[in-house]
Write a protein that binds this ligand. Structure first.
Ligand code: SF4
Length: 445
């Protein structure tokens, strides 16, 4: 009988993408994907190690499956991804009912491992480091307008609060022709928008150049990659995440502001607007450097919208530091941000510092930033009223299936009435009639 599987994903977009690719691979091997956990013969948890709280959640969630395993000993429970890489065999010490542990660098082997574990031919723990996963973990849901393509993994930055370099290892980039081939494949399956993913995409290819002794601060292999993807026929839009401000050089800025398929929206992590805190975070730039990048982009292409990641309550953050963050966020015009209330992550440098900002103050700062964002996004969206914008049709809106939703090139959600002539993946011209802080509403021309 066909075995069924369910994947539960925690954490970032990279994990979402890995789970999507894994699901495609498992389906190709004859397994059937189910949406309800209770119907699955194989339960996989694709985990995240960025926050200790998220790890505790997984330990709790998988822990309570002990009873299920007792009732249904044939069910297979797997912990995969960052926590598997981070803890390896220790997961089995804590959760002995888990059948397999597969780290980030071995995920592409999961179909084989699954087979072997079922027949008792292979060990349960697979965390050996390697680079093959980069090109081999691939697969795209046919018919989806946006395709996520992983271009590099790992990080060399060692920001003091972050566990990623310890878990995901050093930066490794995929060869450019390999990525272009995958882009062509997903376009053939109906994708129109390409989302290039990596922990630090602006450092794409730099580690390899360094190894060959060819590194220069003015080159940007990522700009070369954007150019190559821009040339693929059938690609309508290109987006990417996350760039690191430290590597946003002239070549990068030139490419994102001139290549016609690169969308005018950039998610660029600020983390703090205080130079003192940026230094303590070891981010490698000052608020002035950061704003210089934003201004350079805006001067060349005023349509750009910007979103960001910010941490509030980092050790030692004073009211003045926090006000500096607000000022930079305002100057950059961020309309959306992922705000993290700092919590120490054991194994990082920052965890050795005193976590001295009280929890209530972190929450207060979080709320202040949220209000600032809402005010800016309301004003930013109002600007669109009366204008006509290009929208990539994604299908029925999640909130109201009688309306359709799509995104502008500047990444604004746009709601419009459906029409027989409009298919998923079409680019439509929408005349905007009203706006809220979250969405634009209009009529298709
Ligand atoms: S750049 Fe910093 S925050 Fe981002 S993954 Fe690397 S170490 Fe973590």
């Amino acid at each position: 009988m066909t075995k069924t599987f369910h994947i539960r994903t925690y954490g970032c977009q990279m994990n979402e993408r890995d789970s999507e690719a894994l699901a495609c691979m498992l389906r190709e091997c004859g397994y059937r994907q189910v949406m309800a956990e209770e119907e699955a013969d194989i339960l996989l948890f694709n985990t995240c190690s960025v926050r200790e709280q998220a790890e505790r959640k997984v330990f709790g969630k998988v822990g309570i499956l002990k009873k299920l395993k007792r009732r249904r000993p044939d069910i297979i429970i797997g912990v995969i991804g960052c926590m598997a890489q981070n803890y390896g065999r220790k997961i089995l010490d804590e959760l002995p009912h888990v059948d397999l542990v597969v780290g980030t660098d071995r995920m592409h082997l999961l179909p084989e491992i699954l087979q072997d574990v079922c027949t008792g031919q292979r060990g349960q723990v697979h965390t050996e480091p390697g680079t093959e996963v980069l090109g081999k973990l691939r697969g795209h849901e046919p018919g989806r307008v946006s395709a996520f393509i992983s271009v590099m993994r790992g990080c060399n930055q060692f920001c003091t609060y972050c566990i990623v370099p310890y878990v995901r290892g050093r930066e490794k980039s995929r060869p450019l022709p390999d990525i272009v081939r995958e882009v062509e494949e997903v376009v053939a399956q109906g994708a129109r928008e390409i989302f290039l993913l990596g922990q630090n995409v602006t450092a794409y290819g730099l580690a390899e150049l360094r190894d060959q002794g060819e590194y220069r601060p003015d080159v940007s292999p990522f700009a070369d990659l954007l150019l190559a993807v821009n040339e693929v026929e059938g690609v309508e839009r290109i987006r990417f995440t996350s760039p690191h401000p430290r590597f946003m050089n002239q070549a990068f800025i030139e490419s994102i502001t001139t290549l016609p398929k690169v969308c005018e929206s950039l998610h660029v992590p600020l983390q703090s607007g205080s130079d003192r805190i940026l230094k303590a975070m070891r981010r490698g730039y000052t608020s002035e450097d950061f704003m210089a990048c934003i201004q350079a982009i805006r001067e060349r292409q005023p349509e750009f919208t910007f979103t960001t990641d910010v941490i509030v309550g980092f050790p030692g953050e004073t009211p003045e530091d926090f006000e500096a963050t607000r000022r930079v966020m305002d100057a950059a015009g961020f309309e959306m941000a992922y705000i993290f209330k700092y919590s120490p992550r054991s194994g990082t440098k920052a965890a050795e510092m005193a976590d001295d900002v009280p929890r209530a103050l972190k929450e207060e700062r979080n709320q202040i930033l949220l209000q600032d964002l809402e005010r800016r996004s309301a004003a930013g969206n109002d600007v669109y009223i009366g204008r006509t914008v290009e929208v990539l049709a994604e299908g029925p809106s999640k909130r109201n299936v009688e309306r359709w939703a799509g995104r502008t090139r500047t990444n604004k959600v746009c709601i419009f009435p459906p029409a027989k002539s409009i298919q998923v993946g079409d680019l439509v011209q929408v005349h905007i009639e009203r706006a809220t802080p979250n969405s634009l509403f209009g009529e298709v021309l």
